[in-house]
Design a protein around this ligand. Structure first.
Ligand SMILES: *[C@@H]1O[C@H](CO)[C@@H](O)[C@H](O)[C@H]1NC(C)=O
Ligand SMILES: *[C@@H]1O[C@H](CO)[C@@H](O)[C@H](O)[C@H]1NC(C)=O
Ligand SMILES: *[C@@H]1O[C@H](CO)[C@@H](O)[C@H](O)[C@H]1NC(C)=O
Ligand SMILES: *[C@@H]1O[C@H](CO)[C@@H](O)[C@H](O)[C@H]1NC(C)=O
Ligand SMILES: *[C@@H]1O[C@H](CO)[C@@H](O)[C@H](O)[C@H]1NC(C)=O
Ligand SMILES: *[C@@H]1O[C@H](CO)[C@@H](O)[C@H](O)[C@H]1NC(C)=O
Ligand SMILES: *[C@@H]1O[C@H](CO)[C@@H](O)[C@H](O)[C@H]1NC(C)=O
Length: 376
């Protein structure tokens, strides 16, 4: 005879299990449902492992959003997707154009740090192509957002190229035409961000850099940031667009300065910082409205935080500067610069104020339109 007490316990146990199962199903259901907005790299790895180990259906991020696969140093793999990716905003959303999911990522070798495809000095072609001509030219390998990753190896650098922009359409076309093949040849896993300042107020290059950094990290865990003026084109593909141990000033030798570095602490034009370095210097200052000063302030920030500025030799770090109308110089730039040190901890990423007006994943670049607000 079964004792009633034991049976009672059994029922209670079963009920608990059923409730737990329902809760689990609910939990997983909601995790998948909210995937677009709540995913972290960790949860993507978890989803991927579940897919690999238990032969469940392919994770949904495979279906449409651009993804990339990176190997981590502990031999696991990291799948990234463009979070918050909105397919209907992409001009080229044909998913057969997107990087294909590799069924056996452990079989993909790492790319070498220095790509075998490099040539050295390269031509800067100043013939302007139309945007649709460039799209046709690069469409077979670019992903929406102006992104690319090598398909036969796993890149060691996940790079966001951040370009502050307003009203330089011809420069932008030459920039895109030059940079995409250049970055591809270096076997980088990269995307180009064009950060456009809305309105006609004074241009704030540095603040747009901060916006680009902040917005790009909403899409992907970039490890390396290249802050790049739209009017500078590299002349040698050995000038690697990755992030070394120390912040790197890249536009060392510019044609209009007779390929000489004007002064030792120069940090303007093009520079590279890791995500962590940029956070530790609190990004650029937001206080420089109009031309000049913000790059020297950044140079001071870098040195103040015990980094040193690294550079390639002048025969490699060569750039062509495109012509354009000069912007109005900021008359207060020297004052703002001299007072800079007092502000590093309060003025920068942590005081950034802007209104995001639009993000669009064009084939050739991610376009971010912002309205900047002076910090209070
Ligand atoms: C995984 O599941 C699919 C159907 O969903 C099936 O066709 C396939 O054979 C399964 N693979 C393994 C290794 O069990
Ligand atoms: C491997 O590294 C990734 C991040 O680099 C981490 O999320 C993951 O937990 C690590 N896995 C193991 C097994 O240590
Ligand atoms: C995606 O973009 C379209 C068009 O811009 C917009 O109507 C839609 O609300 C967006 N969807 C999400 C989830 O943001
Ligand atoms: C693809 O993008 C276009 C806009 O360029 C949009 O009209 C279309 O609905 C999108 N298609 C899908 C499947 O999202
Ligand atoms: C997407 O591209 C593939 C390969 O080029 C093509 O076969 C297919 O028709 C395209 N689909 C759409 C909706 O454009
Ligand atoms: C420069 O670019 C134009 C347009 O893409 C092309 O027609 C021309 O052949 C290029 N010139 C050289 C020297 O590569
Ligand atoms: C990728 O997209 C471009 C532009 O829409 C198109 O011309 C090209 O045929 C596509 N390539 C593939 C492989 O789908």
């Amino acid at each position: 005879m079964v004792p009633w007490g034991a049976l009672n316990h059994l029922y209670k146990g079963l009920a608990t299990i059923v409730i737990a199962l329902i809760a689990l199903q609910y939990l997983f259901g909601s995790v998948l449902e909210n995937r677009r907005t709540t995913d972290t790299a960790e949860s993507l790895i978890a989803q991927y492992n579940r897919y690999r180990n238990h032969n469940i259906s392919k994770p949904r991020f495979y279906q449409g959003a651009p993804i990339s696969i990176e190997k981590t140093n502990n031999n696991s793999i990291l799948i990234s997707t463009i979070l918050n990716y909105n397919k209907s905003q992409a001009t080229n959303n044909n998913s057969s154009n997107l990087t294909q999911f590799n069924e056996n990522p452990s079989a993909i070798p790492n790319c070498p740090i220095v790509s075998p495809d490099l040539e050295g000095p390269i031509q800067v072609n100043k013939t302007i192509s139309k945007i649709n001509e460039l799209e046709a030219q690069f469409g077979s390998w670019l992903q929406p957002g102006g992104a690319y990753a090598p398909t036969n190896c796993v890149s060691q650098s996940v790079v966001a190229v951040i370009v502050p922009y307003r009203d330089r359409a011809e420069n932008l076309l030459l920039f895109l035409a030059h940079m995409h093949p250049f970055l591809k040849k270096q076997q980088l896993d990269y995307a180009i961000y064009i950060i456009e300042q809305d309105g006609t107020g004074p241009f704030n290059r540095a603040m747009l850099m901060n916006v680009g950094f902040t917005e790009a990290l909403k899409h992907r865990q970039y490890q390396c940031f290249i802050f790049h003026d739209v009017d500078l084109l590299p002349e040698d593909d050995r000038n690697l667009y990755n992030c070394p141990e120390q912040p790197r000033h890249m536009s060392v030798a510019v044609d209009i300065f007779k390929y000489r570095l004007p002064y030792q602490t120069l940090f303007g034009g093009v520079c590279a910082l890791t995500r962590d370095q940029f956070i530790s210097v609190n990004g650029f200052s937001n206080m420089f409205w109009g031309w000049g000063g913000e790059d020297d302030d950044m140079s001071n920030r870098v040195i103040y935080h015990n980094y040193h500025i690294s550079r390639y030799p002048v025969n490699i770090a060569r750039y062509t500067m495109l012509t354009h109308h000069k912007q109005k110089a900021n008359p207060k730039r020297y004052e703002t610069l001299v007072e800079g040190k007092k502000r590093y901890s309060q003025d920068g990423l942590n005081s950034l104020k802007y209104t995001l007006k639009q993000t669009k994943f064009n084939l050739l670049y991610t376009w971010v339109l912002v309205e900047l607000h002076a910090p209070s």
